[in-house]
Design a protein around this ligand. Structure first.
Ligand SMILES: CC(C)(COP(=O)(O)OP(=O)(O)OC[C@H]1O[C@@H](n2cnc3c(N)ncnc32)[C@H](O)[C@@H]1OP(=O)(O)O)[C@@H](O)C(=O)NCCC(=O)NCCS
Ligand SMILES: [Zn+2]
Length: 222
């Protein structure tokens, strides 16, 4: 492929992001889950964790059902962890790249044609920002953070944190990735606006800035 055509292809990197609220979970969604997912769902102790997991699965299944014109229950998903083979890894499906995230009131899914990482975190106003920041932030981020106080500081820290998690989720490394590292070359990271209580970020393995379409997933749940 010529460099010019390559650039054109890079220019069309598209990502869909779908959000729903944790309160939108319904027991009937569990009908579309596979055996592995039913096992995972049953193992969560708290209702809110069940709801988050169920909504993540349901969003993935319904977005792919629409894309591939299949019933949601027929979408084949693989959650095998490359480390230990248990079904708690990054969710995968043939022909598409996915990322799932849940925190606080929000559940989100990103769908793309190249590796993608989506992360949302609820801002915790009571967190000990300085303690966590020391192990997670670069010196430049630490300096920026020192300009904030109180809830603004917690928000700023959470913004950095979601960017880092989005990157390690895109690469598939997870939290064992080096959080203090700067964003590697060939990874595009952007913040997504999800309101004041949460921070969210999206990372895509690409040399071009992706075109991101954000959707309210509520109608998919209807
Ligand atoms: C992936 C990870 C960064 C997500 O952290 P989090 O902010 O607490 O949770 P989020 O809700 O944003 O993300 C959870 C989703 O990430 C996905 N995920 C799991 N492992 C992943 C990985 N290595 N890379 C990318 N995504 C991953 C899953 O789809 C999961 O959702 P689901 O199981 O409900 O479908 C973190 O859980 C992690 O690092 N896990 C791997 C830890 C590890 O070393 N595992 C090996 C154990 S043998
Ligand atoms: Zn594992």
């Amino acid at each position: 492929m010529s460099p010019a055509r390559n650039e054109q292809a890079e220019a069309r990197v598209g990502v869909e992001v779908w959000w729903v609220g944790v309160g939108e979970a319904r027991d009937e969604f569990a009908r579309d889950l596979d055996e592995v997912e039913r096992g995972r769902l049953a193992a969560y102790l708290r209702d809110v964790d069940k709801a988050r997991f169920l909504l993540g699965v349901t969003l993935v299944r319904r977005v792919l059902a629409q894309r591939f014109s299949l019933p949601a229950a027929r979408v084949v998903l693989d959650r095998t962890c490359p480390e230990c083979a248990k079904p708690h890894g990054k969710v995968r499906a043939a022909g598409v790249e996915l990322s799932v995230t849940h925190s606080g009131e929000l559940v989100g899914v990103a769908v793309a044609d190249r590796p993608v990482g989506l992360d949302v975190e609820k801002v915790d106003p009571g967190m000990d920002v300085d303690a966590v920041a020391r192990v997670a932030l670069t010196d430049a981020e630490m300096r920026e953070l020192s300009g904030y106080d109180g809830i603004a500081k917690a928000r700023a820290f959470t913004t950095y944190w979601t960017r880092k998690e989005a990157v390690v989720k895109a690469t598939g490394e997870g939290l064992r990735g080096d959080l203090r590292a700067t964003v590697p070359e060939g990874v595009q990271v952007q913040d997504l606006d999800v309101g004041v209580d949460h921070r969210a970020a999206l990372a895509v393995i690409s040399n071009a800035t992706p075109v991101v379409q954000v959707h309210d997933g509520t109608w998919l749940l209807g």
